[in-house]
Design a protein around this ligand. Structure first.
Ligand code: T5A
Length: 213
């Protein structure tokens, strides 16, 4: 019997995470006949978490969302999703693929906004417990390339509108953390779709083999 897994895809805006989540789902289905897969995104994927998502992404011109408020909203959405969807799914043997997880808070609110990592780690300890990914796939994209892709698609939201320096700090934090995480894979997401897809396929198949799947 194949043990279900919790897979997280991380990266900057425009890295191709949404595309990669669907692509991985297809690999699991087509190559391993795994049909029970829940795809979620953070913040979001529950009624309440989607409301929080809208709030975070909205540009407010009359009031500033403080960095601590932003962190706590990210965590509120995450806890809501974990408790109502991710944990129940994992208990039932369903595979979960999440577009972002707590590493996003470390990278954006920690690295990008400068919130002390002790505070973020406390939130993780308090609320995530054992809800940690079996695998994190980090799609590494240079901020300029990622933001250009997003801008080609639509106008920028409140976070996407931040400075290039902000995204450079986010990327630096991602890279620093991901290199310490033994349960992770790094993909060069600056390249075209075919090359990125081939790299994801190659690396995820190696990982699945190691899991005896
Ligand atoms: N956030 C989130 C925090 O600050 N802290 C947290 O704890 C959490 C959980 C979420 C925002 O919240 C922040 C980060 C974000 O700012 P979002 O809209 O979900 O908002 O933002 P993203 O998750 O970054 O989603 P994006 O859609 O912007 O990026 P994706 O999912 O990485 O990229 P994707 O697949 O949608 O592709 C974007 C565009 O790029 C093209 C695609 O076709 C698409 O048009 N593209 C490529 N083009 C050429 N070559 C490639 N290799 C391409 N890959 C993608």
């Amino acid at each position: 019997m194949i043990k279900n897994k919790f897979i997280v895809v991380e990266g900057l805006e425009g890295a191709g995470k949404t595309h990669a989540c669907i692509y991985i789902k297809n690999i699991l289905y087509k190559r391993y006949n795994i049909k029970n897969i829940l795809l979620v995104r953070q913040p979001g994927s529950t009624f309440i978490a989607e409301i929080i998502r809208k709030l975070i992404k909205k540009k407010f011109y009359f009031e500033h969302l403080t960095k601590e408020t932003e962190l706590l909203l990210m965590y509120a959405a995450r806890i809501q999703l974990i408790e109502t969807k991710i944990k129940p799914a994992l208990k039932k043997g369903i595979w979960v693929i999440s577009d972002r997880h707590d590493l996003s808070s470390i990278a954006y609110q920690g690295g990008g906004l400068g919130i002390n990592k002790i505070i973020i780690n406390q939130l993780k300890l308090l609320f995530l417990h054992d809800c940690t990914p079996d695998l994190t796939i980090y799609l590494d994209v240079c901020p300029k390339i990622g933001l250009k892709r997003v801008l080609n698609r639509n106008s920028l939201d409140a976070i996407e509108s931040r400075s290039l320096e902000f995204f450079k700090r986010v990327r630096k934090t991602y890279l620093k953390n991901i290199k310490l995480d033994q349960k992770s894979i790094i993909i060069n997401a600056n390249l075209n779709f075919n090359i990125v897809n081939d790299d994801i396929t190659k690396k995820i198949l190696i990982w699945l083999k190691k899991q005896h799947i």
